[in-house]
Write a protein that binds this ligand. Structure first.
Ligand SMILES: [Zn+2]
Length: 198
């Protein structure tokens, strides 16, 4: 055995001799940490258009395509709002603007029309819950992969069906996020993603 290896053994022996014995409490804490790590779970969140992005767009008065934004009254109501993920009340002021949904790239980065409140609103306050006012609406669930390409597309009858499909799609390793879109026109409503549970 060379002198370097001997020195290493001596150091290790000294460390062992001076190591503080691990108490039962410490052992339990270590075990609890391991259990927490191994059972760490994820949750699905529903994302509106980020409020910060909307603030900039409203302030600029033009959308990403350069269209001038003009507040208009939604007389009948019932239009999906992408700022707070509910439908408009009759008479609310809205903006109709062009928007490219997140998670898309290259030829898959489609720009489309969306309604948002004309004035700042509280946004979507319960991101872990399927938007309640969208539950009765059929949706196209379009999954995108990590390169921003379409990975799948499924039509869901209602919110319950949509949740089951979204859960399945988001378990696939190639799926980064899922768009919820209107059936027929295909307009983007919001995105669903898997995030670590806080
Ligand atoms: Zn809103």
């Amino acid at each position: 055995m060379d002198s370097q290896a001997t020195a290493g053994l001596v150091t290790a022996a000294r460390q062992a001799a001076t190591a503080v014995p691990v108490s039962r409490q410490q052992q339990r804490r270590r075990y609890t940490m391991l259990v927490c790590m191994s059972t760490a779970t994820t949750t699905i969140i529903f994302e509106p258009i980020p409020p910060g992005d909307l603030d900039k767009i409203r302030t600029a008065g033009v959308d990403e395509a350069g269209n001038l934004l003009t507040p208009q009254v939604d007389a009948e109501g019932g239009s999906p709002l992408r700022c707070c993920l509910r439908v408009t009340r009759p008479g609310e002021q809205v903006l109709l603007m062009a928007f490219t949904p997140p998670g898309t790239a290259g030829p898959y980065a489609e720009r489309g029309p969306v309604f948002v409140h004309a004035d700042p609103c509280p946004g979507y306050q319960s991101p872990t819950v399927y938007p309640p006012e969208f539950r009765h609406r059929p949706q196209v669930l379009r999954a995108y992969n990590h390169q921003g390409r379409i990975a799948d597309g499924v039509i869901a009858e209602d919110g319950d069906h949509a949740m089951a499909v979204i859960r399945e799609l988001l378990t696939r390793p190639d799926v980064a996020l899922v768009h919820l879109r209107n059936v027929g026109y295909g307009c983007y409503n919001c995105a669903a993603r898997l995030v670590p549970q806080p």
